[in-house]
Ligand binder design. Structure first.
Ligand SMILES: [Zn+2]
Length: 291
């Protein structure tokens, strides 16, 4: 925020200058933190879960506004003993408030990119947190909360105070999947709809429409980075790490661009209307039954 208000120039893509924790040869001897913390800017934190706790190693995001913060996803692990997501988030909020000499009356809203277990497992740690709104990740709750139930094709807004997220329903990987756009940073948070990895698709037509919507959105909004929630590819085009691997020494970057959405579009077109598994340079299209 930094005291800004009113008109603001287009956001600039800041470099994401970090070596993410990426597991280790022996999970037992892993000495990385449970959650890696990276301040993208003064008001935006990217977190990554340690692969030794859960191979999914999802990314989480904490966005600060003047009135409230939003946490996108709560990690793949329920137990605060193994993944103290609440304690880490509490510490980050204390840090942010401390920089502004503020202490109380600040709200946390817990939201999700989608409903899969590796993105919601830490929810229970926030149930008894004061000044907290936990929006469970099921589609009905999410759509009601954002006002998408009556018009799933709408783009809704969620105000953090000086920072208003835009919210799009983007089903395909999961019926409850939503994509968040943050005009402050210009980041598009795509959850598991787009990331460098296996793009599991349970609803092929819905996924195709969601990709088209995101391409259209990127054409009309300044998007600096696209951030998904996992990294599963190696730096070798078309080659992923095995499922459940706990050591990924050769990871490509987390951040992607709108051009990758175009690449997904082209990939879907190349495969055609009948779902099929096929590897492309930066992702693998992976049809899956919804079970
Ligand atoms: Zn998922």
């Amino acid at each position: 925020m930094s005291g800004h208000s009113g008109h603001r120039a287009d956001p600039v893509a800041r470099p994401i200058d970090v070596r993410w924790i990426h597991g280790s040869v022996s999970s037992k001897h892993n000495s990385d933190p449970e959650l890696q913390v990276y301040w993208y800017d003064d008001d935006t934190v990217i977190l990554r879960q340690n692969k030794a706790i859960d191979y999914e190693a999802p990314f989480l995001f904490l966005l600060f506004g003047e009135r409230r913060a939003v946490l996108l996803d709560t990690g793949a692990t329920e137990s605060p003993m193994f993944l103290p997501v609440r304690a880490v988030v509490d510490g980050l909020i204390r840090t942010w408030l401390g920089r502004r000499s503020r202490t109380e009356g600040y709200e946390l809203v817990v939201l999700h990119t989608h409903s899969h277990a590796d993105h919601v497992a830490g929810d229970s740690q926030f149930l008894d947190r004061p000044d907290t709104v936990l929006v469970t990740a099921d589609k009905e709750t999410v759509w009601d909360f954002f006002g998408l139930s009556d018009d799933p094709g709408a783009t809704r807004r969620f105000d953090l105070g000086g920072r208003t997220l835009q919210v799009l329903a983007t089903p395909g990987h999961d019926a409850a999947a939503v994509t968040f756009y943050d005009p402050w940073t210009g980041i598009l948070f795509t959850g598991d709809t787009l990331y460098r990895g296996r793009l599991y698709i349970v609803d092929w037509p819905a996924y195709s429409r969601s990709i088209d919507r995101l391409i259209e959105f990127c054409g009309t909004h300044p998007v600096t980075h696209i951030l998904g929630c996992h990294i599963e590819m190696t730096r070798t085009p078309g080659v992923d790490y095995p499922v459940q691997t706990t050591y990924q020494p050769d990871e490509p970057p987390l951040e992607m661009t709108a051009q990758h959405l175009q690449a997904v579009r082209a990939a879907l077109d190349a495969i055609g209307p009948r779902p099929a598994l096929r590897a492309f340079d930066d992702f693998i299209i992976w049809p899956e039954d919804d079970d």
